[in-house]
Structure formats: C-alpha cells, structure tokens
Design a protein around this ligand. Structure first.
Ligand code: ZN
Length: 503
C-alpha cells in the first residue's frame, strides 16, 4: 500500500473496473435511445438509478484518496506528460470535485435534472413557459450551490465550464465571443445583401430513406469511420456513443423529403466517432485514453462536417455517388449543389443553423447563462432577454417559447456551461484544419481524389492519440502552433463565404 507503484496499480485496476460498469451503462443508454420497447423505459430508469448509485459510491471511495497520495511519489510523476502522471492528475481532479459536493446536493441536483428534462418534453410541446419556469429556477439555484461547493477562482460560471472544457474561463470566452460575434454579423449583413444567392430547394425533394441510409453508410466509411468497429442507426436526434474499443456507434436522422439532415448529421457524428476510434485503446478506461474535453470532441465533428464535408473538393469526389443514387439531383449541377449545402440564412432553431450563424445561437445562450450566474438576469426575465438578443444578433424573433427560450434540452437537464463548447469546437476546428493544410498541402485536391486518410492520420497523431494528456487549450496550441482565438475561424469563414457569395 505504501509502495507508490503498487498504489498506482491498485488505483488503476479499481478505476478500470468502474469504467467497465460505466460502459455497460453507455450500452444501455444507446439501447434506450434506439430500440428499447416503449414499455421498457420504466425498468431501464431503475437500472440507471442503481448503476448511478454504484458509480457514485466508487467515485467517492476514500481509498482513492489514499492511493492518490501514495502514487504521488512514483517515479513516473517526474514526467508530467507521461500517461500515468496524466491519469493521476485527472483522477485527483475528478475525485476532489466529487468529494466536495455534499451527497444531498448531488442527489437533489440529479433529481432536478431528470425532472427538468421530463417536464421540458411535455411543457415545450404545450409552449408553457410559466409551468416550466419553476423547474428552471430550481436548476439554476442548485447549480449555483454546486459551483460554490466545487469552488472557483473568479466566478461561479468558471466552476461549471470546468466540467466540460477543463481550463476554460468565462472572461476569455466573453472576449472570444465579442470578436467572433461582431465579425460574424458583419459577414452576415454582406451575405444577405449579396446578389449571388444559393439556389433554393435543392436538398428538398424525393430522397427515399433506404437509399439515403445506403449512401450515408458508404460515405462515412470512405472518409475513415471504421464500420467494422461501429454501426449506424436511425434516431430522432443524432448522436455518437462509444461503448469501448471496437464498438463506437453513431446515429443520424432521415427525412424522405430532405437530404441535408441525414447527410451532414452522419458526417458530424462520424467525426466524433473517428476521434473515439483514434484514442489509444491500451489506455481505455483511464484519462490517457479519453477525449480531452467537449470542445475538442466537437472540433472533430465540426471539422469533418464543415471544413471537409461542405468543401468543393469533397463534393467533386462524392457528388457522382449522390447523383447516381437520387433522381432528384439528375438536373442539379455540382456548383449548384455545393452552393446549396453552404446556404446562409438566419433562423430560429440552433440545430438547423448554417455554419456561419450557428455561433450566434451559441453566443446568445452563453451570454444569457453568464448573466444568470452573475446575478444580472433572473429566470423570469429570460424569455424577454432571449427575444431581444435574437432581434439584435439575427434580426428575427421567435413567435413562441417553444422555438425560443424553450427550444434546447440543455438547460432543462441542468447543463449550464456546456453551450460554449460548440463554438470552441468551431474555433479549434479552424485552427486544426489550417495547421493540417500547412503540413499536408492542398487538402481539397486530396479530397477531390477521395483521399481522406492523410487528414485523419494527422488528426490521430496530433489530437486523438494524446487522450487527456493536455488541457484543451494546451492541446490545441501544441497541434496548431497557436493558442485558441477567434482569428483563424474568422479568416476561414470570410474566405469560404466570400467565394460563395462574391463578397
Ligand atoms: Zn457534436
């Protein structure tokens, strides 16, 4: 027990066993979101509750503290970049956070989150903000208590960010969004004033679902998603879920009259899945074998969905596959199609937003969350503040709560601090794509030849294989040569939409 190496080994085996239980839960979660019979949900909820209790007990087991203390003297701790040292650091961080939250608060928060989500499903459908408001008020109150319990240096919101993107801070995000938002709105004005608008209706038409499923499968396989270690299923809300090495699954959603959802949903989720498939399997179940953070995860999906999947080179290669499968595209030229998949239009719904305006949706949510947790805004005033920001940033206003302040599940589930990771993903993706181009040459030419392996190999080397060895900002800085800022993303967006809209 006193021997540092022994302590590390015991800790490692204990954490690995926890990870196996957790991955069985992940598998049950995949099943719940895909093929679970309607009558099975109640039993599944009880299974999850039992598992959550077991996992909480294991994560707060006081032996972890003893093992961590003993392992701190191990020789591998001399090299902070070693996988073992990274594991000890991350295990300590997780253990201390878990231990700081009183059990009654953890239980109250978990209950408020699950009740909030259930209430949201029903109340959003009925557009009933007043009935939903008390759930949200309770969630904000408990989340604030949580932030106070885990602690922070500058402000409570930083404590929340720490759960999704370790090391990220509210103040630096504010600066990032201020610059990005200003530039995005200037670009949006220019686009809306351009005479060269994309053709409408190209992606709407007769797109048989079985054909879409076949084409999508072919496409994600060719860009590098290993289907022998994965599968793709239909769901209402696309997601990626990793069970473990050799089993990384994705879903997408199909509309018989619209091609865009299935196509870009699948490429996006395949981007997440390729990250999981590229994590070092020998460290599975430990931080060294885990993704670095939600923003880094999102950078992988955004990079493949947008930088790759909406590029001209990509469609030079893939458009024949689409044209030969869908008669709706028989008379649509490549240029027309390429412009259609890059159409920019202010819209109310985040998940359907284009590549440019997406960040404005995130900025709105981030600014409102920050105001809530800085006590500058009350939950009661949230709908008015939401609508005012949509008017200001996107020039449109939601006609109801359903497609306004109640549109996302995140707040209903208590996920405050999560939204900014979507934009961080875009920021990281732009920097990684630039850096990969600098190393590999003209990537679009490679895409046009169907060569995606060089890019994937580059990402494997610089991001995937690193696991959680570095904090996100440091990982991106190492891979791209610069700490994350909005500058590269702004340059990328200006170039892409400047060409497409002649501005
Ligand atoms: Zn994603």
């Amino acid at each position: 027990m006193n021997d540092p190496q022994n302590a590390y080994r015991e800790l490692h085996d204990f954490q690995l066993e926890t990870a196996y239980y957790q991955s069985l839960g992940a598998l049950a979660g995949w099943d719940q979101r895909t093929y679970l019979p309607a009558k099975g949900h109640e039993h599944r909820a009880r299974q999850f509750a039992a598992l959550a209790k077991l996992l909480h007990q294991r994560r707060s087991d006081p032996r972890i503290g003893d093992w961590l203390e003993a392992a701190a003297a191990a020789p591998f701790m001399q090299d902070p970049k070693s996988p073992e040292a990274a594991n000890v650091r991350e295990w300590r961080r997780a253990y201390e956070r878990t231990r700081r939250v009183p059990e009654d608060l953890a239980v109250a928060l978990a209950r408020a989150q699950s009740e909030g989500e259930s209430a949201w499903e029903e109340l959003r459908r009925r557009n009933d903000w007043e009935a939903f408001r008390p759930y949200l008020e309770r969630l904000v109150r408990l989340t604030r208590e949580y932030a106070e319990a885990v602690g922070y240096q500058t402000e409570p919101y930083d404590a929340l960010l720490e759960d999704y993107e370790p090391g990220e801070r509210a103040r630096s995000l504010q600066d990032l969004f201020a610059v990005l938002g200003r530039e995005t709105r200037a670009l949006l004005d220019a686009i809306l004033g351009s005479a060269k608008q994309p053709p409408a209706g190209v992606l709407e038409g007769d797109y048989p679902v079985e054909t879409q499923a076949r084409v999508v499968r072919e496409l994600v396989g060719r860009i590098g998603y290993d289907l022998d270690g994965g599968r793709i299923d239909p769901t209402a809300h696309p997601f990626e879920l990793s069970v473990g090495p050799g089993d990384v699954r994705i879903t997408t959603r199909y509309f018989p009259n619209y091609l865009g959802s299935a196509l870009f949903g699948a490429i996006h989720e395949a981007g997440h899945a390729m990250y999981e498939q590229g994590l070092p399997a020998e460290y599975w179940g430990t931080p060294a074998g885990e993704a670095a953070g939600m923003g880094v995860h999102e950078s992988q999906s955004r990079l493949w969905e947008n930088a790759v999947g909406r590029s001209r080179g990509f469609w030079l290669y893939f458009y024949p596959l689409l044209q030969s499968n869908f008669s709706a595209l028989a008379n649509v030229g490549l240029d027309e199609f390429h412009r259609a998949v890059n159409a920019v239009r202010p819209s109310l719904i985040r998940v359907e937003a284009d590549e440019l305006t997406y960040n404005l949706h995130i900025q709105i949510r981030f600014e409102l969350e920050l105001a809530l947790f800085r006590d500058e805004l009350s939950v009661a005033d949230l709908p008015g503040a939401w609508n005012a920001k949509y008017r200001e940033y996107l020039g449109i206003e939601p006609p109801d709560y359903k497609d306004g302040v109640m549109q996302d599940v995140h707040w209903a589930g208590g996920l405050f601090g999560y939204f900014p990771t979507y934009t961080l993903g875009n920021v990281y993706a732009a920097q990684l794509f630039e850096a990969a181009k600098a190393d590999l040459g003209d990537l679009e030419e490679a895409f046009a030849r169907g060569e995606f392996a060089p890019l994937l190999t580059w990402l494997r080397q610089h991001i995937h294989s690193q696991g959680r060895r570095y904090q996100p900002r440091r990982l991106i800085e190492r891979a791209s040569g610069n700490p994350p800022t909005a500058a590269v993303l702004i340059g990328y967006l200006k170039k892409r939409f400047g060409n497409l809209y002649d501005i």
